[in-house]
Write a protein that binds this ligand. Structure first.
Ligand SMILES: Nc1ncnc2c1ncn2[C@@H]1O[C@H](COP(=O)(O)OP(=O)(O)O)[C@@H](O)[C@H]1O
Ligand SMILES: [Mg+2]
Length: 235
C-alpha cells in the first residue's frame, strides 16, 4: 500500500464536468513523483482533487489506506498533505515571517520551532524574514511557498509548477531545494512544465493527456524513451 493511492478518479469543476476521466496515480512514502503533460491535461485538477479543493465525482483517493476524497482541505492538510498552488501561493503584503506563521495555522503551538526549521532550510528566507513577501525574487517566493507548505510537517507535498516563470538558474536552485526536502523523507508530487528537469529529479513520473493516464514509470526510463522525448520533451 502506498502513501497516496488514487484510482479511477473522475473530477471536474461542476457536476457534469469530467476534466479527469478516470485517473490512476500513486505516491510511495519518500518518493518524488513528477506529473507532466500538455496544457489543459488536468494536472492541476489532479492536485486540487487530492488537496480537497474539488470533490471527486467517482473514484478513490486514499492516504495511507484511508479514503480522503471529498474531505475538507483543512482536514486533508492535518492528515499530512500540503498543497502549494501555482499562483497566489503567498501573501504579498505580509512579511516572510508572517507568511510562515500563516502556513502553520493548523498547529499554532508548534510555530516557533517550525519557523526555525524553515529558516535553517532556506537561509535566504531567514535573511529576509522582515521583508514583505512581494519584494522577494521569483525563486525566493517559490521557496517561501514551499516553506509555508512544510509548516504542517507533511508526509506529502503537492507542488504545482514550482519553476514556472523562473530563470534557468533560479529553477535549478529551486530543484535543489526540492531534492533536499526529499532527503528529509517527505514525499513530493510535482507538476512541471520543465519536463526534462522534473524527470531528472523524480523517481517516477506520470504523463497525463486529456484527463487520462498516458504513460507512467521510472522517470529515467520515460526520459530515455524516444517517443516521449519527441512528443513531450522537445526532442
Ligand atoms: N476553475 C475552473 N473552472 C472550470 N474549468 C476549469 C477550471 N480550471 C481548469 N479548468 C479546465 O480543466 C481542464 C484542465 O485544467 P488543468 O487541470 O488546469 O490543466 P493543466 O494543469 O494540466 O494545464 C482545462 O480544460 C481547463 O480549462
Ligand atoms: Mg496546471
Amino acid at each position: 500500500m502506498g502513501l497516496l493511492n488514487v484510482e479511477g478518479l473522475v473530477a471536474g469543476y461542476s457536476a457534469a464536468d469530467e476534466v479527469l476521466k478516470g485517473v490512476d496515480f500513486a505516491v510511495e512514502p519518500g518518493e518524488v513523483v513528477g506529473v507532466i503533460g500538455p496544457n489543459g491535461a488536468g494536472k492541476s485538477t489532479l492536485l486540487k482533487s487530492i488537496a480537497g479543493l474539488l470533490k471527486p465525482g467517482r473514484g478513490e483517493i486514499r492516504l495511507n489506506g484511508e479514503a480522503i476524497g471529498g474531505r475538507a482541505p483543512r482536514d486533508i492538510s492535518r492528515m499530512g498533505v500540503a498543497y502549494v498552488p501555482q499562483e497566489q501561493n503567498i501573501f504579498p503584503t505580509m512579511s516572510v515571517r508572517e507568511n510562515l506563521e500563516m502556513g502553520g495555522y493548523v498547529d499554532p503551538g508548534g510555530s516557533e520551532r517550525k519557523i526555525g526549521l524553515a529558516f535553517e532550510r532556506f537561509p535566504v528566507l531567514a535573511e529576509k524574514r522582515r521583508h514583505a513577501a512581494r519584494t522577494l525574487s521569483g525563486g525566493e517566493r517559490q521557496m517561501l511557498a514551499m516553506a509555508m507548505g512544510l509548516m504542517v510537517e507533511p508526509k506529502l507535498l503537492l507542488l504545482d509548477e514550482p519553476s514556472a516563470g523562473l530563470s534557468p538558474l533560479a529553477a535549478e536552485r529551486l530543484f535543489l531545494s526540492i531534492a533536499a526536502v526529499k532527503k528529509d523523507g517527505i514525499a513530493i508530487a510535482m507538476v512541471e512544465q520543465n519536463a526534462n528537469e522534473a524527470l531528472s529529479i523524480a523517481d517516477r513520473a506520470y504523463i497525463l493527456v486529456d484527463g487520462r493516464n498516458h504513460r507512467s514509470g521510472p522517470a529515467a526510463a520515460l526520459a530515455a524513451d524516444p517517443d516521449i522525448r519527441r512528443i513531450f520533451l522537445g526532442g
